[in-house]
Design a protein around this ligand. Structure first.
Ligand code: COA
Length: 532
């Protein structure tokens, strides 16, 4: 292994400016994440506590092993929408009795814990992670069911939750429901479809229809307890396997169930052990320039995240806009592809396609570090086959079956987003830095293209082009595209699994690689036809 050197000068004005800009963005990130943590706000949180109940995050904290890390997922879900940041649910990977589990905890302080369209997306994403990585799923249930005003967006697609619960079980991945409160109508199928069900005495309410609905439907007089109370389900219907005395007891029983699963992890870290990088992770704050047109060397990132800062570069003299090579991270072997100068040329695309095949052959997970403006355009490049070469890279990314991880550090524009394993290519995990920007192309380029097209259309109609309106249109479009390219907006739409502090990159990737170790890489499946 060769140890990477660093040319970063933390005393330089450039470094200081980049660091200051990143810290300012991190302040904004903390403020947005605090909104998710605040749930429904003091009024609803206090009412919830007055009722003697734990919050969603308190439940998670008591469920996981003391002092173990919790990798929260999609904390900014619903950012920039009409719904509260966090989407009324907490999801993440936590360690219970030494077993990595996906935890989904509805937040009853946000509109009664009702599921809105973003809750649904966030929940389904967490369930996909459980399935792909073979992690037991624990639902901490207390929800008002579908958010009624937006039911049209969730009722039909929401059926997937129940389908996927039983598919997890069928795949040999245990599912556990701890029911703390309301779980009515469709929500009743969360315990209904789970392998193990715990209900809290005098708190859990699990029925297809509550007393008013039953009265309307059949005329029968009933009450909550006889229709769906924990005692009734534990003694009469048999839906509850365990009757918990209180919330703490339910969490204790949940932990005991996981212990009894006796799950053993097939994959583990490399016998070489875990060594920290030789360079300070803190310096990751000062690498990405505010203006993403200025390139930066991704080796400065790699040197600060991989074990011992050791990196064996593959084809270092060829296709210099893309850095490829081998390393270990928290003891897990990985292959890294990192954009160096933004644009991907034919050489980079071919180098990437070869490198991905090598990783697939040696069953080594891949890490994509994105900062790309896309594939090179222009006559010479088209004539030299840039489409074919980009297609080779996309083919290799799409069909390699080793796990992929993606971190968007800077730009992620055009088909570069695809070739570098963007969201549509199903990396096992995808995180963004606060400096990330993603769109079909840069805002100025997009506005310029619209302007050229509109000008040509006006000329074709024989009309004079309104230059003033054009300038206003460009300005408006640029501002809109810029806003839609930013990481909070994209994270809000679940296009990543979270925006992270660059200093946490190694830790987050280490947790992801550890989670991935629960699911052996699927068999090699072959590639599509490579156009030569
Ligand atoms: N859709 C939209 N908003 C909902 C909601 C739902 N399913 N459930 C609750 N809310 C809202 C309430 O209107 C209330 O809003 P407000 O404070 O602005 O007035 C807020 O969430 C809190 O609800 P509240 O009833 O005060 O909380 P609670 O803790 O006392 O009771 C429930 C929670 C879930 C038991 C109760 O709200 C309820 O029964 N909701 C309807 C459940 C239902 O039938 N869902 C349909 C399933 S398909």
């Amino acid at each position: 292994m060769s140890v990477l050197s660093s040319r970063l000068d933390p005393a330089s004005a450039d470094y200081q400016a980049r660091r200051a800009a990143m810290l300012a963005k991190l302040d904004e990130l903390s403020a947005e994440q605090a909104k998710a943590v605040a749930g429904g706000g003091p009024k609803y949180v206090e009412r919830h506590h007055r009722r003697g109940k734990l919050s969603a995050r308190e439940r998670v904290e008591l469920l996981v092993d003391p002092d173990s890390p919790f990798l929260e997922l999609s904390p900014l879900a619903a950012w920039g929408t009409d719904f509260p940041v966090g989407a009324s649910v907490v999801t993440g990977i936590g360690v219970v009795e030494g077993v990595e589990c996906v935890i989904i905890a509805s937040d009853p302080t946000v509109r009664g814990g009702a599921s809105n369209p973003w809750t649904l997306r966030k929940t389904l994403r967490a369930m996909d992670i459980a399935l792909e990585n073979r992690l037991p799923l624990i639902n901490l249930v207390e929800s008002g069911g579908a958010d009624l005003p937006t039911q049209k967006e969730i009722f039909i697609p929401g059926g997937r939750i129940f389908r996927d619960l039983t598919r997890l079980s069928a795949a040999g991945i245990p599912t556990i429901a701890l029911v703390f409160g309301n779980s009515t109508a469709g929500g009743a199928y969360v315990p209904g479809m789970s392998d193990h069900v715990v209900m809290v005495k005098e708190r859990a309410k699990v029925f297809l229809g509550g007393p008013p609905l039953v009265k309307m439907a059949t005329g029968e007089e009933s009450d909550d307890e006889s229709l769906g109370g924990a005692e009734m389900h534990a003694r009469v219907s048999g839906l509850a396997d365990h009757l918990a005395a209180d919330e703490h007891d339910a969490l204790r029983i949940g932990r005991r169930i996981v212990r009894r699963l006796d799950r053993r992890k097939p994959g583990g870290p490399h016998p070489g052990g875990v060594r920290p990088p030789l360079r300070d992770e803190d310096e990751l704050l000062g690498i990405v320039p505010e203006d993403l047109k200025i390139p930066f060397d991704p080796r400065e990132v790699i040197v600060r995240i991989v074990d011992g800062s050791e990196f064996d570069e593959f084809k270092p003299l060829y296709g210099g806009s893309l850095v490829t090579g081998w390393a270990t991270l928290h003891g897990h072997p990985i292959g890294i592809l990192a954009n160096a100068r933004g644009v991907l040329f034919s050489e980079e695309a071919q180098k990437a396609a070869q490198f991905i095949q090598l990783a697939d052959q040696s069953r080594t997970p891949l890490l994509f570090l994105q900062n790309t403006t896309g594939y090179m355009v222009g006559k010479d490049y088209e004539q030299n086959g840039i489409i074919k070469h980009g297609a080779m890279m996309i083919n290799a990314v799409s069909n390699s079956t080793v796990p992929h991880l993606t971190v968007v550090m800077g730009a992620s524009y055009g088909a570069g987003n695809y070739g570098m394993c963007g969201r549509a290519y199903d990396p096992r995990f995808l995180f963004s830095w606060p400096s990330a920007k993603s769109a079909v192309m840069g805002p100025a380029q997009l506005a310029g293209v619209l302007s050229i097209v509109a000008r040509a259309a006006a000329e074709a109609r024989g009309q004079a082009y309104d230059e003033e309106a054009d300038a206003a249109m460009r300005q408006m479009v640029e501002a809109q595209i810029e806003a839609e390219s930013l990481p909070f907006f994209l994270s809000g739409r679940l296009y990543d699994d979270g925006v992270i502090d660059p200093r946490d990159t190694r830790t987050v990737l280490g947790l992801c690689l550890s989670a991935i170790g629960n699911a052996p890489a699927p068999a090699r499946a072959g590639f599509g036809v490579f156009r030569m």
